[in-house]
Design a protein around this ligand. Structure first.
Ligand SMILES: Nc1nc2c(c(=O)[nH]1)N[C@H]1C(S)=C(S)[C@@H](COP(=O)(O)OP(=O)(O)OC[C@H]3O[C@@H](n4cnc5c(N)ncnc54)[C@H](O)[C@@H]3O)O[C@H]1N2
Ligand code: MOO
Length: 435
């Protein structure tokens, strides 16, 4: 049986980045660039003052000077004659003839003389270029400011705006269709449940998980346990332009497990089992869509709610990341110390749900540089117990073995959430400067 890392490699080898589309720089937020972006002009495009102060010819040196004129940001100044200075604002263009700026704090304003000319005493000797941003010192003309594969966040939107790249090439985001299967599965809002019925947790959860990756989603509803209804849903996914179909339930060994035979008939099943806990019946297939010259990737996720979301993180997330252009689509791995003993499974490696936070040893001196990521188990790990995923931000990679893993063991963990639930450290300054 395949192990998870091998399954992920197989999935990635069958997944391609989606084609590029042109979007405005603002609509490109949370997309991945498909082409590099270069600065079309230098930034700054002129010698700009870093301070409010006086533009000077540095070789004039300290002394009393006439303030010949004022050079503010946004206006082209006159040329400066030696022996005079010009008032300049932060970001203002340095006048020709000036080569440095003396900040206000290093000057004394002397008022106007009898003729009305303003005068100032320059106190500090500055060298050429002092408090001046040279042309292209932030971004050189033609410099690559963003590379293909770069994720566009807020800073990147600002960089695009700075260089005037108001339209960019980004990868299209995948569209994910989600189908629940099972005669026992009811809408979450069902007023009452008959014996054996359950509310559909998986569909809303997987739609949310797909949307959280930035993918588009399509809700295919609940299919009854019949090959025909499931096949009709597969065709609906294709008709709606889905790139990926997620089904839940019906992939195990039961009589009503229609998913694998259907996928075998319509396409290629790459695997129908993975040696993992939870999620053993995870199925991955490709269904050709010849009339659209493409394929639909299908993940048959197990029906147990925990198994469906854990397999989504482990198998589907890397696939979606590759589609949207990530250069490294695999989940990030951390090392964490277990906060409690963890029971191991002798038959399958387990992806144990846990909450990782940064922890400092008890009694650590305030400000002492110490601490590490510590993972607390979410409790009972049976694959029906969705509470085992509540607030979980890591999946501990627990090896296949008998017995207990003692508390305090350093284990590898895959990041499935963020670390923002961490406590705020009590002492902010932990940086010790070299003496
Ligand atoms: N004889 C065997 N039986 C089972 C095996 C096996 O190897 N041999 N594997 C077990 C494992 S492991 C898992 S995981 C499950 C997966 O089964 P299916 O994917 O076929 O899922 P179902 O049987 O349809 O349902 C399992 C479970 O999950 C509940 N469920 C289903 N859909 C939803 C939904 N949308 N929302 C909430 N809960 C859902 C369902 O009621 C069942 O309780 O198979 C084991 N069996
Ligand atoms: O693989 Mo199943 O998810 O253990 O219950």
């Amino acid at each position: 049986m395949l192990l998870v890392p091998d399954a992920v490699e197989l999935i990635l080898s069958e997944t391609e980045a989606l084609p590029a589309q042109r979007l405005t720089f603002q609509a490109a937020l949370h997309h991945t660039l498909a082409a590099p972006v270069a600065a079309r002009e230098p930034v700054p495009g002129f010698r700009a003052s870093i301070k409010d102060g006086y533009a000077v010819l540095s070789s004039d040196g300290p002394g009393e000077y006439e303030v010949a004129f004022e050079a503010f940001a946004g206006a082209a100044p006159r040329a400066l004659q030696p022996g005079t200075v010009a008032y300049i604002g932060t970001g203002g263009p340095l006048p020709e003839g000036a080569d440095a700026v003396v900040q206000i704090e290093d000057t004394a304003f002397l008022g106007a003389d009898a003729g009305g000319a303003k005068r100032v005493r320059i106190i500090k000797q500055v060298s050429p270029g002092y408090d001046v941003r040279q042309v292209g010192s932030d971004m050189a003309q033609g410099e690559t400011v963003l590379t293909a594969g770069q994720h566009v966040g807020a800073a990147e939107v600002g960089i695009l705006a700075t260089v005037g790249a108001t339209e960019v090439e980004v990868h299209r985001k995948p569209k994910v269709a989600v189908l629940s299967t099972g005669d026992e599965v009811c809408e979450p809002g069902a007023p009452t449940l008959q014996l054996g019925q359950i509310r559909d947790a998986n569909r809303a959860m997987l739609l949310a998980a797909a949307a959280a990756t930035g993918a588009g989603v399509a809700d295919l509803g609940i299919a009854r346990d019949s090959a025909a209804t499931v096949e009709a849903a597969l065709d609906r996914a294709i008709a709606e332009g889905a790139d990926v179909l997620l089904t839940t339930g019906g992939v195990s060994m039961g009589d009503k497990d229609f998913i694998k035979p259907l996928l075998e008939r319509r396409g290629t099943v790459y695997f129908g089992k993975v040696k993992m806990k939870p999620g053993k019946p995870l199925t991955f297939a490709k269904v050709p869509v010849p009339e659209q010259n493409r394929s639909l990737l299908v993940f048959g996720l197990p029906g147990n709610p925990v198994s469906s979301l854990v397999t989504f993180h482990l198998a589907v997330v890397p696939c979606l990341r590759k589609m949207e252009g990530w250069e490294e689509p695999r989940l990030r791995r951390l090392h964490v110390r277990t906060a409690m003993p963890i029971k191991m499974d002798p038959e399958r490696p387990e992806y144990h749900r846990a909450v990782a936070t940064w922890a400092r040893p008890e009694g650590a001196a305030p400000g002492a540089v110490c601490g590490e990521l510590v993972a607390a188990s979410t409790g009972g790990q049976i694959s029906s117990r969705l509470l085992s995923l509540r607030s979980a931000n890591v999946l501990l990679e627990i090896p296949q073995a008998s017995g207990m893993l003692p508390a305090g063991t350093l284990v590898s963990a895959l990041l499935i959430g963020d670390l923002s639930a961490m406590p705020v450290p009590e002492v902010p300054a932990i940086t010790t400067l070299p003496s």
